[in-house]
Design a protein around this ligand. Sequence first.
Ligand code: NOJ
Length: 531
Amino acid sequence: MTAPAARPWWRDAVVYQVYVRSFADGLPAGSDAGDGVGDLPGITARLPYLRDLGVDALWITPFYTSPQKDHGYDVADYTDVDPLFGTLADVDLLLETAHGLGLRVIVDLVPNHTSDQHAWFQAALAAAPGSPERARYIFRPGRGEDGAEPPNNWDSIFGGPAWTRVPDGAWYLHLFDTSQPDLDWRNPEVGDMFEDVLRNWLDRGVDGFRVDVAHGLYKEATLRDQKRPEQPAKLAESMVERVLNDEPMWDQPEVHEVYRRWRRVLDSYPGDRMAVAEAWTQTAESMAMFIRPDELHQAFNFGWLGTPWSARAFARVINDSIAAVAAAASAPTWVLSNHDVERHPTRYGGGPVGLARARAATLTMLALPGSAYLYQGEELGLEQVDVPPEARQDPSWFRTGQPGRDGCRVPLPWSGDAPPYGFGGPPGSQPWIPQPADWESLSVAAQLGDPDSTLAFYQHALAARRAVFAGADEATTAIADDDLLVVLRGDVAIVLNAGDEPAPLPAGEVLISSGPLPGETLPPDTAVWIR
Ligand code: NOJ
């Protein structure tokens, strides 16, 4: 075991999320050319782009063997690569190339559920109720006459009941799609299997894991009904204001023992191997439990992502997040977009205002202590796309009839004036989710030569972050002065104007701004770093 470096790389890394299906389609003609689905060779070919962008690491969404019912979050074999995305040799080449460019690689781990095509679930279906094969999942008899009602009142995150009945009358739990049966983590075989999976990828050289649904593995043992309020809880302005719901399916105390075990595994490998939790916990305090010194290293801070456009709300979430992780002796994380949420320029109103706000929020985020996660395409200023119903693929669309998440998953435009914009596949073809006709000016090639482009802004901001804040742990405080957010970090002030009127530009040296600063003013929807 090698002693960890004094300051592990992940503490203040900028991590770029690659949604593998939509980043770049690199497999050569004759294999999947024309399938319009991104893959591992596509990522490897574009790694120099990420190095030039200035990020420290990439997180790659699941590329394992999968029927793709939830686009890879339904894993049929945790240690192999889906032919759609390449081979194990492609993983090795990707890791080697990334490391050669100074980039770390985080892979996704999906421990809450498997695919219904996983060998374990197929064996469970073939076996009898009460068998050891069924005991790896959560099978229960139904309620009511002939057990025709689900065992409890839980809903799937993707809509409809969280239970599906099999022909012999038993029901199995799936907190997501019917094709994603939940594992029973109270069965020791499950923990042993995932330790093997961790070791498999660590042996191959990955630098870390993003842990899917990290708060979900254990359910309250009785599987009792969820108590539901008469009135749905009002949306809170910051994470500390969340109204606590009764959640017997999430965030149970037993889950922390899993992460203590994983931490021992990660620490037994050389280098700073890490894990980041996707844990949609209800409070900052419960999030901090996942990053205690003997558990995972980071947790996504969804409080920041969910904050409305308000200086007061931003200040609160910044201070609360920093305080919560300090209590756990970890470092905060910040994220504005990912493959599950509406892209943030659209969330902030869309159009020029949405983009200006997105750039201002990004510049603020990049000045905060800790680590920042970027989602592919945000550096191009991409907005949420209104994907036509016939092209929608998200399982939640099929279960609820709501638009779902396809609009933030449209394949990236790299070059050219028409789909597929250099993404891959034959000229004139559309990728797996169609690209809009008006993305020419948003492509990487179009933006690279333009100093005012959003891509140039991201490159500049990431370089400035390295130059100004590298490795620094200064105390950071946020305050809201009417509509101005002011964050003080060491000798730098980050000021964001969240109001409708221009504000006087504070005195000092301007290090970088998210937009023009006409006549010594800080316009609305603009942020600046000042020394
Ligand atoms: C969270 C992932 O980010 C999402 O895309 C997926 O659908 C669910 N977990 C289920 O694995």
